[in-house]
Design a protein around this ligand. Structure first.
Ligand SMILES: C[S@@+](CC[C@H](N)C(=O)[O-])C[C@H]1O[C@@H](n2cnc3c(N)ncnc32)[C@H](O)[C@@H]1O
Length: 278
């Protein structure tokens, strides 16, 4: 079977299963299976797949038909112009999260800051911060050992040094005096998870489930971060589009912090909350 025939068959299969963007996805799978660029795939329709490649291609199609996200098939997601390996143990990094990272880089680019990335998953936040802020000292933690394996691989592939810690939130965090604690924690209400797109439901529930009210991790972070931050240290949190008021209330009730700013994403949804200790 050549590329032209594989494309035709693959697109047909995906259309039958109502999978969105079939052409783009077929190109991505072919590029991954053949280890060639998308430009090559477009320009060489006569190129023949060997038996093994053909099998891998149709395995990929079958996964897409079962709502496995394309990134788990090609094992790659670009974030902050860096490449991240991803598998079923980690959330696929989202564009919205770049807002959180960019906000920190804008503010602290050349400063010697000590950063903790809680709930690091693939490591995308901590690794990008270290990559664009050479002077930063970055620790990153997660409760999932399998997620940390992925994050360590991503740090190695992107040539950055990160101190990774296996920890249930702050439990095993030994260092104090962080300038910045950043987190994109799980924030979906438990009940809402089953209403999400099927491909999102195939991401780890550990990465999605924010408890009954979706606020479990925000409450915990705000309560406990105080002891791990320098005076006037900052907390940067990604939030769901409808959680701004909840966060404002949590910060107000606590009284040890000041709400500095809420930033919106490109679609004008509230996306990042910035809080200062003291
Ligand atoms: C929404 S994902 C974020 C991943 C990554 N930071 C990103 O932005 O793509 C949340 C992460 O929190 C981790 N997590 C869940 N419960 C945790 C806990 N109790 N302590 C630490 N990490 C936890 C999950 O394993 C998952 O990797």
């Amino acid at each position: 079977m050549n590329v032209k025939e594989a494309k035709k068959k693959g697109i047909e299969e995906l259309k039958k299963a109502n999978i969105e963007e079939p052409i783009i996805k077929i190109r991505m799978i072919l590029s991954f299976v053949l280890n060639k660029t998308k430009e090559f795939i477009m320009a060489h329709e006569e190129y023949n797949l060997n038996e093994e490649e053909e099998k891998e291609f149709f395995d990929g199609i079958e996964k897409l038909r079962n709502n496995i996200p394309i990134e788990y098939i090609t094992h790659n997601k670009e974030f902050m112009k860096l490449n991240f390996y991803v598998n079923e143990d980690v959330l696929i990094p989202r564009e919205d999260t770049e807002i959180l990272v960019e906000e920190i880089i804008d503010e602290y680019k050349n400063k010697d800051v000590k950063i903790l990335d809680l709930c690091t998953g693939s490591g995308c936040i901590g690794i990008s911060l270290k990559k664009y802020m050479a002077n930063a000292n970055v620790s990153a933690s997660d409760i999932s050992g399998n997620a940390l394996k992925v994050a360590k691989l991503n740090a190695k592939n992107n040539n950055v040094e990160i101190n990774f810690i296996l920890s249930d939130m702050f439990k095993n965090i030994k260092e104090k005096d962080f300038d910045i604690i950043v987190s994109n924690p799980p924030y979906i209400k438990t009940e809402v998870i089953k209403t999400l797109n099927k491909d999102v439901q195939n991401e780890p529930s550990l990465a999605l489930d924010g408890g009954e009210d979706g606020l479990f991790f925000y409450k915990k972070i705000i309560k406990e971060a105080y002891g791990f931050l320098k005076n006037y240290g900052m907390i940067f949190l990604e939030i769901g589009y409808d959680q701004k008021q909840n966060l404002i209330n949590i910060v107000k009730e606590d009284k040890r912090y000041k709400l500095v700013k809420v930033k919106t994403d490109l679609e004008n949804n509230d996306r990042v909350v910035i809080i200062r200790k003291g």
